[in-house]
Design a protein around this ligand. Structure first.
Ligand code: ADP
Length: 227
C-alpha cells in the first residue's frame, strides 16, 4: 500500500479532460469573454480551454498556498493580482483541481471586488468534493477520496519533494543510498513511477542543492544524505 495516494496524470488525459470541460461549458450555453488562470497549476488547462472555446483573452492571478508537494504550508493569499480591467466582462476562472477550494475562493473574491466583472464562473478538471469549500460551476471528475494528482507540469518538482520526504524520514537510520534504493522507495511510498529521466533530474538537483552527496568507492557509487 502506498503511503500517499497519488495518480500519475498523462498529457493525453489532460487534453481529454479539457475537451470534456470545454464541452460542458459549450453545452451550458455560457461563453466566457476572458479566462483567468490561477497560477501556476491552471496554466496548461487554461491555455487549452482558450483554444477549445476560442477565447483570445487570457489573464492570470497567482495564489500561494501549497508548499512542498502534497503539503499545505501557508494560508492561501494573493501573490500576483489581476491587473486588468474586466468591467462588464464574463470571466471564467480556471484551476487544475479544486482541493481545499481556498485558492479559488480567494481568487474569485479578488476578481469580483477589484476587477468589476459582469459575471464570474469557475472551471476545474478535478473537484475533491468531500473536502472542497466550493463547488466549481464546471468540472470533469468528482473525486470522492483525497488523492494527489501528479500532473505532468509538476513532475520534477513533486519528484524532488517526494524524494526529500523519504530521505528526511528514513534518513534518521539510513544515510547511505543507492539510486536503485531511492527509486524503489519512491515507488513503494507513492505508488507511481515517474520514469528514469525524472529520477535522474531530481537526484542531480538534490546533489547540486547539497541534500545528497555522491560518493564513489571503487566501482560502487552511493548517495549520502546530508540532511
Ligand atoms: P484550490 O482547491 O482552491 O485549488 P488549494 O489551495 O487547495 O486551492 O490548491 C492550490 C493548488 O495546489 C491547486 O490549484 C493545484 O495546483 C495544487 N493542488 C492542490 N491539491 C492538489 C491535489 N490533490 N493534487 C494535485 N495538485 C493539487
Amino acid at each position: 500500500m502506498a503511503k500517499v495516494r497519488c495518480k500519475l496524470v498523462s498529457w493525453n488525459e489532460v487534453v481529454r479532460w479539457c475537451m470534456d470541460l470545454a464541452d460542458r461549458i459549450l453545452e451550458s450555453g455560457w461563453r466566457p469573454d476572458v479566462i483567468v488562470a490561477i497560477a501556476r497549476g491552471a496554466y496548461v488547462p487554461a491555455r487549452l480551454l482558450c483554444d477549445l472555446l476560442q477565447v483570445t483573452d487570457l489573464a492570470s492571478v497567482q495564489v500561494a498556498h501549497w508548499g512542498r508537494a502534497a503539503e499545505i504550508t501557508t494560508k492561501a493569499h494573493i501573490k500576483c493580482p489581476v491587473k486588468v480591467d474586466l468591467s462588464g466582462r464574463k470571466v471564467l476562472i480556471v484551476d487544475d483541481i479544486a482541493d481545499t477550494g481556498e485558492s479559488i475562493i480567494i481568487a474569485k473574491k479578488h476578481i469580483e471586488q477589484d476587477c468589476n466583472p459582469a459575471e464570474v464562473k469557475v472551471a476545474t478538471m478535478q473537484w475533491i468534493s468531500p473536502v472542497c469549500k466550493i463547488k466549481p460551476d464546471y468540472y470533469v471528475e468528482e473525486v470522492k477520496e483525497w488523492i494527489w494528482y501528479q500532473y505532468p507540469w509538476t513532475r520534477l518538482e513533486d519528484t524532488i519533494d517526494f524524494i526529500e520526504k523519504i530521505l528526511k524520514e528514513e534518513g534518521k537510520e539510513k544515510k547511505e543510498w543507492t539510486r536503485r534504493e531511492i527509486i524503489s522507495k519512491f515507488k513503494e511510498w507513492y505508488g507511481i513511477d515517474v520514469g528514469k529521466q525524472y529520477y535522474d533530474r531530481a537526484i542531480a538537483y538534490l546533489i547540486k542543492q547539497g541534500t545528497l552527496e555522491e560518493q564513489v568507492k571503487g566501482c560502487k557509487r552511493t548517495l549520502i544524505y546530508k540532511g
